[in-house]
Design a protein around this ligand. Structure first.
Ligand code: FAD
Length: 339
């Protein structure tokens, strides 16, 4: 059995700010490990907008999210930073100089200091408060993302929500579903005029039926097999829609996930830090990037880069208490050759 992974600094997250913090740690001869719940590095840039240009990265008039991550990966290559991907950090214990992290894949990491670069924390869909919902989620009768469009062929689907996701998926799935009920609690949908016009065409064609203003009220079926969705208007008048699938599109919510239980002060899904060091309320634990909060904070990648540098410098005396850190430029110091 492999023992725990030992490192100077454990970095929770592998988004852009975590990657640059790993570079700064490397320059200060601090070993580190990157841990991310996603299967790939890059955080929001890789997962949400790999092909969207970013215009405010210094010295890059325009760079796509994916290209930025590739460049950051090349920048840390000389330091051979181990990555634990596809696993969430669940638990943090210990104290300044001796922390232990446990991941959802059963890995244990022992570190002298921690950098939390967890962005918005765990993303998750807003779930409707319906009795017995979990059973239908498990069977796939209720889903929040369309992973494989083909799975919806010939289905009778209730698409719930009034925004772009609901409208776009109602249109897209109307091409192969048996029937789409488009449910919204208001009479009007929020969508581009072009989209709304296409919805009306499908209503006329009988492929989409608008159910407005109605809200989800109950799910009926057995053993995870959905038979009908009960909806109610504001006066409580009910309707039963015969359907085998419910797709609620009520947006994404973020929450800190397990980080909220780590005995660190938090405010509304962010972690307050001391601006000069990025240290949290728990000594030896630092927070950078979108998750870090202090007066004047901008949730921008460039600010997260600078926070990574400051946190690494603040961590140096924890790892090397007997070695004074003399500030040096990267040009005088050089970067080791990639192995
Ligand atoms: P993230 O990129 O959010 O990465 C955090 C990582 O931590 C995630 O991969 C997550 O899986 C992981 N994580 C969370 N909790 C755990 C846990 N418990 N265990 C393991 N892993 C965990 N910014 C700009 O500066 N310029 C722009 O032009 C710009 N455009 C944007 C456009 C869009 C569409 C979006 C959505 C954002 C944009 N941003 C832009 C914002 C920018 O992407 C964020 O500021 C940046 O990604 C924050 O980086 P981060 O490293 O702090 O966190």
């Amino acid at each position: 059995i492999q023992g725990p992974i030992q490192t100077d600094v454990a970095i929770v997250g592998a988004g852009p700010t975590a990657l640059f913090a790993a570079f700064e740690c490397g320059m200060l001869k601090l070993s580190c490990v990157l841990i991310d719940a996603l299967d790939e590095i890059g955080g929001q840039c890789a997962a949400l907008y790999p092909e969207k240009p970013i215009y405010d990265i210094p010295a890059h008039p325009s760079i796509e999210g994916g290209a930025l991550i590739a460049a950051l990966e090349a920048q840390i290559a000389p330091f051979d930073v181990p990555r634990l991907l596809g696993q969430r950090v669940e638990a943090l214990s210990g104290h300044r100089g001796a922390f232990t992290l446990k991941t959802s894949a059963g890995e244990t990491v022992q570190a002298k200091a921690i950098i939390i670069a967890a962005g918005a924390g765990a993303f998750g869909p807003n779930r409707p408060p319906l009795h017995g919902l979990e059973e239908y989620e498990r069977s796939g009768a209720v889903q929040y993302y369309v992973r494989r469009r083909a799975d919806f062929e010939g289905k009778r689907i209730v698409v719930a929500g009034g925004g772009d996701s609901a409208l776009d998926w109602a249109l897209s799935l109307s091409e192969l579903a048996d029937k789409i009920y488009l449910l919204h609690r208001r009479a009007r949908f929020r969508g581009a005029p072009e989209t709304l016009a296409r919805i009306e065409e499908q209503v006329v064609a009988g492929r989409i039926e608008k159910i407005v203003p109605y809200q989800l009220h109950a799910l009926h079926g057995a053993d995870g097999r959905l038979e009908s969705v009960e909806v109610a208007d504001l006066d409580g008048n009910a309707r039963h829609l015969e359907a085998d699938t419910l797709l609620p599109f009520y947006g994404l919510s973020t929450d800190l996930g397990p980080i909220a239980n780590w005995n660190i002060d938090t405010i509304r899904s962010t972690i307050p830090v001391t601006p000069s060091t990025l240290e949290t309320s728990l000594a030896g634990v630092f927070a950078i990037g979108d998750i870090a909060a202090y007066p004047g904070k901008l949730k921008l990648i460039l600010q997260g880069f600078s926070e990574g540098a400051m946190a690494a410098h603040a961590i140096h005396p924890i790892v090397h208490p007997d070695t004074a850190l003399h500030f040096e430029y990267s040009t005088s110091k050089g970067v080791p050759a990639a192995s």
